[in-house]
Ligand binder design. Structure first.
Ligand code: GLN
Length: 504
């Protein structure tokens, strides 16, 4: 499989050359590290480290002291962090070369990477052989969001692996649209210290790459307890799950290569949504068939509360965002309006000037769901739905949720599974034209309609589960990539990566 090629041949100097040559059309990077800095001893610490000289790109919502951290926002246009995110320090220490910061939807809010102060990211497949897209601007497709810059950077070989953040699908969705692997670890596996918060209870640090093994080698460097992140998974829980994973892995020790016998793969009925395009459905079917052909048992399963995931997500995420983004007030960080004459006006003008339309819409919605009355009618039911969604998953997985579920015996063991297989997106990458809000009319309806693109990815986010997009084919009609998603039980990240590696 060509996706499995090793990128050991891709050097950081190749990457800088490719960024210089192609970034003007793809717009994946918002800042690029100087060659001289990368040459110098910035990574001296990591000499001989496990990621020695690996070219890695960082989404622009991870704090870096060497390059600005804009979060795709005018609010932080000139912001340089005084410190590095924990993951950035870990990459440095392991010897990686951090080639630059990647474009994103403002503060991570979006699915198409069109809401960036640095402009949209263009899908690399717009430029690949057999495409006529370039000649016809209306056919230009988006890279997906919000980690669109990271996905495009990988697809363009501008880095070997890229860091993204995934709150509700922001790594898995652009990975599917750009034909790369995109992995969201379990909540709490990788430190969020220094990742600018969108929705704390959902935010995770994700990874994008061409191969699962490249991603796994970076994940091994990043996955540690961090006392600077109060939600970081404690060391004893990590050890406990690792033991269970090793037991599980021993079942496959003797099976070779792509043989999947013994693996139980669940197909969730509720993911056959009306919005699913035929080509994605066909890819899902052929994915199921290929796993069955390789010995996996295919088990239809039901996750009955899936339909509540999208509304629950957009209530919880926006409520948390409205609180998180209160810190951008013109006093402590970034942009400050020079119009206002009173403190209140400085706050108001700063926020009107600094935040884009989508971020403002979400802050308003998030504030609304937290007000008296709406809190009871929207916010609390959303939290209840989240609990039901977690219970749905716990009922279908063979492995126990170590965060303490009682694994109600309502599902017979022969109905339970190790992983779930679904699409990652409802369609291939949409065109830029389709995604851009129509400025000639009030288009908030269209913008809200766009939230449906996240329907495949938000359930696993609400439950904090590990999930990965694997490229599974290309559309026979437009040639753009299609990805499928594997989800596993909370904490079983290494197991999921191992199975994914066998599958690719
Ligand atoms: N598209 C989703 C949203 O806009 C997910 C974003 C993300 O995962 N950061 O909230």
């Amino acid at each position: 499989n060509k996706n499995k090629r090793s990128l050991s041949t891709l050097t950081w100097t190749d990457c800088l050359d490719r960024i210089n040559a192609h970034n003007n059309k793809v717009n994946a990077f918002v800042s690029v590290q100087d060659k001289s800095v990368l040459e110098s001893d910035a990574t001296q610490l990591g000499k001989g480290g496990p990621l020695k000289d690996m070219p890695i790109a960082i989404k622009d919502n991870f704090c870096t002291s060497a390059l600005p951290t804009t979060c795709g926002s005018a609010m932080l246009k000139d912001f340089v962090s005084p410190y590095n995110a924990t993951v950035v320090d870990l990459l440095h220490q392991a010897g990686a070369k951090l080639v630059g910061k990647t474009n994103m939807d403002e503060f991570g809010m979006g699915s198409a990477n069109i809401f960036s102060n640095s402009g949209p990211v263009s899908n690399p497949w717009n430029y690949k052989a057999n495409h006529t897209a370039l000649d016809d601007a209306s056919q230009i497709r988006v890279a997906g969001g919000s980690s669109g810059g990271s996905a495009a950077a990988v697809a363009m070989d501008m880095c070997a692996v890229a860091l993204g953040s995934d709150t509700g699908g922001s790594v898995r969705l652009p990975a599917a649209y750009c034909g790369v692997v995109g992995y969201k670890p379990s909540y709490g596996q990788v430190s969020r210290n220094g990742l600018v918060a969108y929705a704390n209870s959902l935010d995770t640090v994700g990874l994008l790459g061409h191969s699962v093994s490249d991603i796994a080698s970076v994940y091994n460097v990043l996955s540690h307890h961090d006392e600077k992140d109060p939600t970081s998974m404690p060391a004893d829980l990590r050890t406990r799950i690792l033991d269970q994973e090793q037991d599980l892995a021993s079942q496959w020790q003797d099976t070779k290569g792509g043989d999947l016998s013994g693996l139980r793969v669940g197909i969730p009925n509720e993911y056959y949504v009306q919005e699913l395009s035929t080509e994605v459905l066909d890819t899902w079917r052929s994915g199921i068939k290929s796993l069955r052909d390789r010995g996996a048992s295919i088990v239809p399963v039901s996750l009955p509360h899936t339909e509540y995931a999208l509304p629950a997500y957009y209530i919880i995420a926006l409520a948390e965002a409205s609180s998180n983004l209160a810190r951008f007030d013109g006093v402590r960080y970034g942009h400050r309006s020079d119009k206002g004459s009173s403190t209140d006006l400085i706050y108001a003008d700063t926020r009107s000037e600094g935040f884009g339309s989508e971020v403002q819409r979400r802050i308003l919605l998030g504030t609304h769901v937290l007000t008296a009355g709406t809190y009871e009618s929207h916010f609390l039911p959303a939290q209840q739905a989240r609990r039901l969604i977690m219970d749905d998953y716990n009922k279908v997985f063979l492995m126990k949720n170590d965060l303490g579920d009682d694994n109600k015996p309502s599902t017979a063991t022969d109905q339970k599974v190790h992983v779930l297989l679904s699409p990652s997106s409802i369609s291939t990458a949409p065109t830029l034209q389709k995604c851009l809000p129509d400025r000639s009319k009030d288009n908030s309806e269209g913008v809200v309609e766009a939230y449906v693109n996240d329907v495949m990815t938000v359930p696993a986010s609400l439950a904090g589960l590990p999930a990965i997009t694997l490229p599974f084919g290309r559309s026979p009609t437009n040639g753009y990539p299609i990805g499928l998603q594997l989800v596993s039980q909370y904490g079983y990240d290494r197991f999921l990566l191992d199975i994914s590696d066998r599958i690719m």
